[in-house]
Write a protein that binds this ligand. Structure first.
Ligand code: NOJ
Length: 540
């Protein structure tokens, strides 16, 4: 088995890796049943090799009733039968590794599925039982305990408490099918440490930690509005002790973490990235930043400064399975901080959005640190409109139908223009409908088109991999330096005379003197100038 060892000569691979996120259900369907699966992923490994990524991050692939797309895990040691088997996952990890691609899995420590044996046993054991201590069960307030135990609000809207027939309430920060674990209980810690080892033993090179800043709760579960002092469930100090013990386990295997840590306070965020805690965390400020030169520059500077303080590399993410796809987002007039949020019917200009998404791709891939790509980003897929009667995301239902939910960025991928369901692999209709025109984005059409989004990503990833100036192995010389530019133009140098220039003004701009163009996100003008909403990589 391909267990990673710390002595590996490429031990710092994760500092500047290009990591591709696979939402298994929608990537490729190997058995034709309408749901993507591991056989589908294995059959498409050549696409990922050609694309030039260093690692795959799989959203949860474990046994799950799929009440929240797999973020409701019923058993961490079993692959969901809709996706395949454990043996197949092991084979996939090993095959990818032989092709030079590492595997990152997703662990969801804040909660489990209500079908997890811990929870079904807790329900059966009744109020006051030790089984219930693994979760947060409480009596309600008000007459007959008919009111929720506190005033918290679920991340998906509404109260995060559900009442059982026996009178107890249980806490779920997300959907009711996702009961929160009690991280003050030693068995909860022990189990997660065992699960980490289980997967590291199977050759997994890294773990993405879901909702990483939410696990620990104030044991009194006080009202939020009572609040002085630490938040009752966000970013509590107890978490650092948990992640220090996880880090010690990862170090035994040479494995790495990426935390889903969404905190506004840069100093608090950086605490998770101290040398004995998580290796990396997602950078959501950059993702949420509107297409504005000043705002992008300050998001980049802020990110680099907070990471430099703890010696951790930054991560650059433009989209994932929770946010509106980039070509749709950048084609909107939105400028607010809710830029990445889902909305029904906001007008979008896909031509403009695609042009900007191409420029954003070159910007993010030129920055020092690790880059994340979400499946379909390399095909320039737009956000799909899902007919209301086909929506599956619990976020939609918990919003009372006002939020479209996240299904629009989770539509099954188009692989071949001429095949049924755009070559997704299904012989029956896929679990989410593909909108009209989906086949025009098919990978097979884009492979041979030098101007396609796929060709741009392939060339950018090839240069990023082969140009030593794009490396980030942790030395200060590999950072970036801004060049003086007119307002609305971003330009910075990396090592080895590499320059990235992004023109967010209305007019074309001259490239810096004595430079050659290595790659641009769109055609230059006849005179060799860089048009608006276009990025170029140059060598000085
Ligand atoms: C963050 C995940 O990315 C999202 O998809 C999920 O719904 C929540 N965490 C809850 O696990």
């Amino acid at each position: 088995m391909a267990v990673n060892r710390p002595s590996d000569a490429t031990a710092h691979w994760w500092r500047d890796a290009a990591i591709y996120q696979i939402y298994v259900r929608s990537f490729a369907d190997g058995d034709g049943d309408g749901t993507g699966d591991l056989a589908g992923v294995r059959s498409r490994l050549p696409h990922l090799v050609e694309l030039g990524v260093d690692a795959l991050w799989f959203t949860p692939w474990y046994l799950s009733p799929l009440a929240d797309g797999g973020y409701d895990v019923a058993d961490y040691r079993t692959i969901d039968p809709a996706f395949g088997t454990l043996a197949e996952a092991e084979k996939l990890i090993a095959e990818a590794r032989e092709l030079g691609i590492r595997t990152i899995i997703d662990i969801v420590p804040n909660h489990v599925s209500d079908q997890h044996t811990w929870f079904t046993e807790a329900l059966a054991a009744g109020p006051g039982s030790p089984e219930r201590e693994l979760f947060h069960f409480r009596s309600g307030r008000g007459p007959d305990g008919a009111l929720p135990p506190n005033d918290w609000v679920s991340e998906f809207g509404g109260t995060p408490w559900t009442r059982l027939d026996d009178g107890d309430w249980y806490l779920h920060l997300f959907a009711a099918q996702q009961p929160d674990l009690n991280w003050a209980h030693p068995a909860v810690r022990q189990e997660h440490e065992d699960v980490l080892r289980f997967w590291f033993e199977r050759g997994v090179a890294g773990v993405r930690i879901d909702s990483a800043a939410l696990l620990a709760k104030d044991p009194a579960l006080p009202d939020f509005t009572a609040g002085h002092g630490p938040h009752p469930y966000v970013d509590r100090d107890e978490l650092h002790d948990i992640y220090r013990s996880w880090r010690a386990i990862a170090d035994e295997y040479g494995a790495v973490f990426v935390g889903e840590v969404w905190l506004p306070d840069a100093e608090r965020f950086a605490r998770y990235l101290r040398p004995d805690e998580l290796h990396t965390a997602f950078n959501f400020n950059f993702l949420a930043c509107p297409w504005d030169a000043g705002l992008l520059r300050s998001a980049i500077d802020g990110t680099l400064a907070e990471h430099a303080a703890v010696g951790a590399p930054a991560t650059w993410v433009l989209c994932n399975h929770d946010v509106t796809r980039t070509v749709t987002r950048y084609g909107r007039e939105d400028t607010g901080f809710d830029f990445a949020a889902k909305t029904f019917g906001t007008p979008t200009d896909l031509r403009l959005g695609t042009r900007r998404a191409r420029a954003a791709a070159l910007l993010s891939l030129a920055l020092p640190g690790a880059a994340y790509l979400y499946q379909g980003e390399e095909l320039g897929l737009p956000e799909a409109d899902i007919p209301r009667d086909r929506i599956q995301d619990p976020m939609h239902f918990r919003s009372g139908g006002t939020d479209p939910g996240r299904d629009g960025c989770r539509v099954p991928l188009p692989w071949s223009a001429g095949a049924p369901y755009a070559g997704f692999g299904s012989t029956v209709e896929p679990w989410l409908p593909q909108p009209a025109g989906w086949a025009s984005y098919a990978a097979d059409l884009q492979r041979t088109d030098p101007d396609s989004m796929l060709s741009l990503y392939r060339e950018a990833l090839r240069l990023r991999r082969t140009e030593p100036g794009f490396r980030d192995t942790g030395t200060a010389g590999e950072r970036l330096e801004w060049l003086p530019t007119p307002p609305g133009v971003l330009a910075f140098t990396r090592a080895d005379r590499l320059i990235c220039l992004v023109n967010l003004t209305e007019e074309p701009v001259e490239p810096p003197a004595h430079t050659e163009v290595l790659l641009s996100s769109g055609p230059l003008t006849d005179g060799g100038r860089i048009p608006n909403d276009t990025a170029a990589w140059l060598r000085g």
